[in-house]
Design a protein around this ligand. Structure first.
Ligand code: HEC
Length: 172
């Protein structure tokens, strides 16, 4: 009957198993805690470098201009002016008259004539983003070829956008 465990042996085996289980559980909990605090620490350091005082994040997310509605009108117009100058520097009309008018003024080579609402309605429907992209990158359309930036790569994307805004405003 040697294969049959005595009661004592059975109790011993079960006890060791239980103790082993408890030790293992405690070990895993400890491991988890160590790891978790490590992750927290790493995240904290990461946040610090990304958003901390020295990262310049505050500077980057700062509002461009501020509306000050409460104070007197002189002060508030001065503050709203700040936000407006960025786009005001670019004179879309002037650039248009300088070069885009060559084709778009009279409708040369299939260019939609500025002021011709019929010619622009469908184009405007495509949305400003598409018009900007086609004016910046150029497009071979159904009526002709629009050269990238009207053939003047020296113009910035923002300048082209301002001109497109002007052309659209004149044509709708
Ligand atoms: C060499 C002639 C020419 C010049 C210069 C020119 N364009 Fe064009 N443009 C065209 C033609 C042709 C089309 C029509 C393309 C088509 O859709 O078939 C066009 C179309 C466009 C469209 C409409 C694009 C669309 O998706 O419908 C915009 C916007 C535009 N031009 C902006 C400009 C701007 C801004 C300038 C000046 C920086 C300029 N163009 C200069 C010939 C010209």
């Amino acid at each position: 009957m040697s294969s049959v465990m005595t009661d004592q042996a059975l109790i011993r085996t079960v006890s060791w198993g239980a103790i082993g289980g408890i030790v293992l559980t405690l070990f895993l909990i400890l491991l988890g805690t160590i790891n978790a605090s490590d992750v927290n620490e790493r995240q904290r350091m990461d946040r610090n470098t990304r958003y901390g005082a020295s990262s310049g994040a505050t500077e980057r997310v700062k509002a461009v201009g501020q509306m000050n509605l409460a104070s007197n009108t002189a002060a508030s117009s001065a503050t709203t002016q700040v936000a407006a100058t960025a786009t005001a520097i670019i004179d879309g009309k002037k650039i248009y008259n300088g070069m885009c008018v060559a084709c778009h003024g009279a409708g040369v080579a299939g260019a939609p004539r500025v002021g011709d609402k019929g010619a622009w309605a469908e184009r405007i429907d495509k949305g400003a983003t598409t018009l900007y992209a086609n004016a910046i990158n150029g497009v071979q359309g159904s009526s002709g070829v629009m050269p990238a930036k009207g053939g003047n790569p020296a113009l910035s994307d923002d300048e082209i956008k301002a001109v497109v805004d002007y052309m659209v405003a004149q044509s709708n």
